[in-house]
Design a protein around this ligand. Structure first.
Ligand SMILES: NC(=O)c1ccc[n+]([C@@H]2O[C@H](COP(=O)([O-])OP(=O)(O)OC[C@H]3O[C@@H](n4cnc5c(N)ncnc54)[C@H](OP(=O)(O)O)[C@@H]3O)[C@@H](O)[C@H]2O)c1
Length: 326
């Protein structure tokens, strides 16, 4: 089969489309003929040698999400038949024609989506839903702040929060991305000025502040998050594209009784990956089926242009996801 292999740690040019051995499903596993995958920031870090794949997952083939058809089933699998259309997360290896995954760690693809659209859903929506709703307890009537609202995860978060009845404030560093996010349900867009956005976010919520922050930028945004929070707010740190350290006003943490915590999807154990697939099937799938959450695809490139896809994501110019057709 063909797969994109990381030849050695380095820039986008180290991604090479090659013939590699086809994986076989073991007991309880299925093999998926991947029709589309999508690019994540983690893939860029993995390519640079900065974020190795979890043990047991392919080390030199990136790719954390896929949409495709079941191509073979291992012994003991009763959930799926060859030809079923599925989508979901894997620990790596999705920049390839075939991937093996545990039969319960994958979900049925919403019927209304193409493979390219479906590949844009799993990582973005699961990261957003798991962080905001499952972990930070976002609900109807809450105020939420989504930083980097035009990112893959951000565009999913805006739609999910809106669908759940929250009031959604978001930041991005261009008015164009804020305008496009508004079309997805962003109630108020804020352009940070010299990295500051807390006053504008508080004003957008009538002075009350936000109950939940989905922090996709990290770095100094954390200080502003704390200022933007309502009492008993929760800040969930998901991404660090803006920096991996922050100065935090501890007195405000106490005064407002805030909670700040971090999360990651890729390195979770199998049980939690199965739980994530169930979330995708039972909670996110219905939102997608009724059009409340739409895939946001900036561009679709063929697999042999994975390097160009990485350059696009690194440029920060993308809105939503970059998809690779396989
Ligand atoms: N923890 C997890 O399991 C998990 C899973 C998925 C993603 N993530 C993280 O979540 C974040 C979003 O991921 P994604 O794939 O959706 O990203 P993406 O689509 O590549 O978008 C990232 C956006 O962040 C903004 N940005 C970049 N550098 C910035 C800076 N220094 N200051 C402010 N904004 C900056 C840019 O938008 P503007 O120029 O418009 O501001 C950029 O387009 C990333 O940090 C990623 O690593 C974490």
């Amino acid at each position: 089969m063909r797969a994109v292999v990381i030849r050695e740690p380095g820039g986008p040019e180290v991604l090479e489309l090659r013939e590699v051995a086809e994986p076989s499903p073991s007991s309880g596993e299925v093999r998926v003929r991947v029709r589309a995958t999508a690019v994540n920031r983690a893939d860029l870090l993995q390519r640079m040698g900065l974020y190795p794949a979890p043990p047991g997952d392919p080390q030199d083939v990136p790719g954390l999400e896929l949409a495709g058809e079941i191509d073979a089933v291992g012994p003991g699998v009763t959930e799926w038949r060859v030809g079923d259309r599925v989508y979901g997360l894997v620990g790596g290896g999705a920049y390839a024609e075939k991937v093996v995954v545990h039969a319960r760690a994958i979900a049925a693809m919403p019927a209304r989506l193409s493979f390219e659209e479906a590949a844009a859903i799993p990582e973005a929506t699961l990261t957003a839903y798991d962080a905001m709703v499952e972990q930070a307890g976002l609900g109807a009537g809450d105020n939420v702040l989504v930083n980097a609202a035009g990112s893959g995860v951000g565009t999913a978060a805006v739609q999910i929060a809106r669908a759940l009845g929250a009031f959604v404030v978001g930041t991005a560093r261009s008015q164009d991305k804020l305008d496009r996010a508004a079309a997805l349900g962003l109630d108020r867009g804020v352009l940070p000025a010299d990295g500051r956005f807390a006053d504008a976010v508080r004003a957008a919520t009538g002075g009350r502040g936000v109950d939940v922050v989905l922090e996709l930028v990290g770095g100094n945004y954390l200080e502003e998050d704390i200022l933007a929070c309502a009492e008993r707010g929760r800040v969930v740190v998901v991404g660090l594209v803006g920096g991996a350290t922050a100065g935090v006003a501890l007195a405000l943490l106490l005064k407002k009784r805030l909670r700040i915590f971090g999360t990651v999807l890729r390195s979770r154990p199998l049980e939690e990956k199965i739980a994530a697939a169930q979330l995708l099937g039972r909670r996110i799938g219905p939102l997608v089926e009724r059009g409340a959450v739409k895939p946001v695809v900036d561009a679709v490139l063929p697999l042999d242009r994975a390097g160009e896809a990485h350059r696009l994501v690194a440029s920060n110019a993308t809105f939503g996801k970059i998809v690779l057709s396989v």
